[in-house]
Design a protein around this ligand. Sequence first.
Ligand code: MN
Length: 251
Amino acid sequence: MAVKQTAGRDTLGQFAPKFAQLNDDVLFGQVWNRTDKLSLRDRSLVTVVALLAQGLTDSSFQYHLATARQNGVTREEMAEVLTHAAFYVGWPKAWAAFRMAKDVWAEEAEEEDGKARHQREMVFPIGEANDGFARYFTGRSYLQPLSQQQVGVYNVTFEPGCRNNWHIHHARQGGGQILLCVAGRGYYQEWGQPARALHPGDVVNIPPEVKHWHGAAADSWFSHLALEVSGEDCSNEWLEAVSDQEYGQLD
Ligand code: MN
């Protein structure tokens, strides 16, 4: 995704058109966009440290912190960058930077708190980011295998608003899936049917060959244990995502 910047022209287009053009077209338009040489994330880290070193913790610094976040720098990483840089640039500059960074990553801190609260409500671990299946999910999910012998049992955790795509558990005989809801609030929906709200303790028997999805409510984390029911020639078929429109109709 190309970086496009209009701040120069917006702010100084009349007063200093050449400066505005250099800012928007050369610095941001060309240099920032040389992502084959250095990623946006790395450019953000360099820029944040360069501004920090000068003690320029002003609105442009705030902009570059927000950009760093957009470019994939996590709260932990930025805290580490500022801690490391503090020894080289000066302690008070790092303090000033931390005050701003805290605001920029505030939302993420809330998300982290939400995840921690959800974990405290549940005896099974949330596990790791569910990267292997991320392409079949909208939003972030987490996976903790609990049993990988006899019957496969996995704890699947969905962040608020997260759900998996419509999918079908195929089997020639037997097969299907059982969901045991363990924490938070979520939904299960079969194609052409109203969605069913899910709460801890609820059990969902999903027959083979039925198109369905499962996931969290928009305002709640949700975890269920997913049990693989054994059968012949079992396979999963992943289909289209549950659109925001379909998901938005749930109450
Ligand atoms: Mn399923």
